[in-house]
Design a protein. Structure first.
Length: 529
């Protein structure tokens, strides 16, 4: 099962490869998921999706009833409530009829999302626990096979078929051509591209670079905002919005470029197909230390990875690429060799086929674990250095441990959830604490190294201007009972995105449900306690 284009995105393109394959060793029934036709619809509620969901349930149950012992091959959802609930309903109705289950986790962040609250943990266990094989497209800090207790797992980066392309002759006098291909939305780094261009323009290099942004706009509102920003930064002549290109036009865009620039910080990023396309086209890559990108490009000498949201560093790296223009032919050969070694479609099919053989052959799961390798098989779950216990399993109170930092470089920012709903200045004598909270939040925001979510109520202390995200609970907290309820049960009201890295309680009181707010920091101000 899976989504195939449209819409055009990495998961759909990868699934199309599997749908098109003949699978000579298996009888395969293909069931296309048609929840979204446009990128704007992905992850959003629509009535037509409910109708389609129950049609899929009926078709899948019919296939599995007619073929007892079948393998159910399924791509779990992204880390959002609507697709997550869709999975819970579908898999609860269908999985009991399957002989075995193979999950392929395309979108990153689902384990963190499911561990973000007790209701999600229960539903996540119902939907995803105990798969026979977990295929993980990205290597995540919190791994799906650990959280969902898969019997075995396999790293399974996607692939793409890149036709033989040849770059035309270029002169060192030509502007350096910088290409972006992807969905045009904030998380993919479109704004960072404009800010990078603006920095180069300030350096007097306006005529040295041309940025070409290829892709379909995620929404009319975002397009309007981006074009307004381009005019405000005065980079209109440096940046071209080429729209969505497919087929020969898309490959021509790659051949006309000097470098592929992909400054993504997209929440569900895994192993981007566009990076594979760029390598196959022989382009050097400038991208980010984000999600599965460091793991997929480990050992690639033609890729430069930098922290997310770092336009100054991007501008410096692009300037450095210009100085290495004379070695473009050698770079192209290295990029293509890396693509051919790792990301040909047959490599992807082989990984999935191995998973099918594992569950179809008695004792196969043990064989996979015994012959595990860093790119082709399972890895024993990481053990907590202090306790020797396996971390991160669904329902465990322990926090999931990180994997090796060589696989998962530290993120350039951390996300902090700050609770302000217990501060009601003038009603509970918190003037001093409120002032302290304002100063601390403003100082943290000023570092540029944190992403802040402030949780407040209608009547409480509010976050200072400029804070990343302010979530206002739809009630006041001046009354004692509602305040007591909110203080202790607000962890249940998380907005459904990925859980933060850290929870901060400026007033010093942890909620009764503090087990869902770990790790936490509190500040103690006086001797009342």
């Amino acid at each position: 099962m899976g989504q195939t284009p449209p819409p055009w995105h990495g998961q759909a393109v990868a699934t199309q490869i599997l749908f098109d394959h003949d699978w000579p060793d298996f009888e395969v029934h293909r069931l296309r998921m048609e929840f979204s036709e446009e990128m704007l619809e992905v992850g959003r509620f629509q009535w037509k999706k409910i109708r389609h969901l129950f049609l899929l349930v009926g078709k899948a149950r019919e296939i599995l009833k007619n073929h007892p012992g079948s393998i159910l091959f399924y791509p779990p959802a992204s880390a959002k409530w609507i697709p997550f609930l869709r999975d819970v309903i579908f898999l609860s109705c269908v999985r009991p009829l399957a002989g075995s289950t193979v999950f392929i986790f395309h979108a990153s962040g689902l384990p963190v999302f499911v561990n973000g609250g007790p209701i999600r943990r229960i539903l996540g266990r119902l939907a995803y626990a105990g798969a026979d094989v977990a295929l993980e497209v990205a290597q995540e800090v919190v791994a799906p096979h650990e959280v969902f207790r898969a019997k075995t797992w396999k790293w399974c980066p996607c692939a793409i078929d890149v036709p033989a392309v040849k770059r035309g002759p270029r002169s060192d006098r030509d502007p350096f051509a910088v290409l972006f291909v992807g969905s045009l939305q904030e998380g993919k780094g479109v704004i960072e591209i404009l800010r990078t261009a603006a920095i180069l323009k300030k350096q007097g290099r306006e005529n040295d670079f041309r940025f070409r942004i290829v892709g379909k706009w995620f929404s009319d509102e975002f397009e309007k905002d981006v074009r307004h920003l381009a005019a405000e930064l005065e980079v209109d002549e440096m940046v071209e919005f080429a729209g969505q290109l497919t087929g020969d036009e898309k490959w021509r865009a790659y051949t006309d470029a000097d470098v592929f620039f992909f400054p993504t910080h997209y929440a569900s990023e895994a192993t981007p197909i566009v990076l594979m396309e760029a390598l196959g086209a022989g382009l050097p890559i400038l991208s980010t230390q984000w999600a599965g990108i460091p793991a997929m490009l480990e050992g690639c000498e033609t890729a430069t990875l930098l922290p997310v949201r770092s336009p100054d560093q991007y501008a410096a790296a692009l300037a450095d690429f210009v100085t290495r223009r004379t070695g473009a032919d050698a770079t192209a050969r290295e990029a293509r060799e890396f693509y051919q070694e790792h990301f040909l479609p047959e490599r992807f099919v082989e990984r999935v086929n191995d998973a099918f053989r594992t569950v179809a052959t008695e004792g196969g799961a043990l064989s996979m674990r015994e012959h595990a390798g860093p790119c082709s098989g399972g890895v024993s779950p990481a053990l907590d250095a202090g306790t020797g216990e396996q971390p991160g399993a669904l329902g465990d109170s322990a926090l999931p441990a990180s994997l090796s930092p060589t696989i998962h470089p530290p993120r350039s920012t951390i996300s902090i959830s700050i609770y302000l709903a217990d501060q009601n200045p003038g009603h509970d004598r918190s003037f001093g604490i409120s002032r302290m909270s304002q100063v601390v939040l403003a100082a943290l925001q000023g570092t540029g190294q944190v992403r802040i979510e402030a949780i407040a109520s209608k009547t409480s202390q509010q976050a200072p201007a400029g804070i990343g995200f302010a979530r206002i609970l739809p009630w006041g907290t001046r009354g004692k009972l509602i305040r007591l309820f909110t203080d202790h049960f607000h962890p249940l009201f998380h907005n459904g995105d990925a859980a933060p890295d850290l929870y901060y309680f400026p007033k010093g009181y942890l909620p009764l449900l503090n087990a869902y707010c770990r790790p936490s920091v509190v500040t103690i101000h006086d001797t009342i306690i």
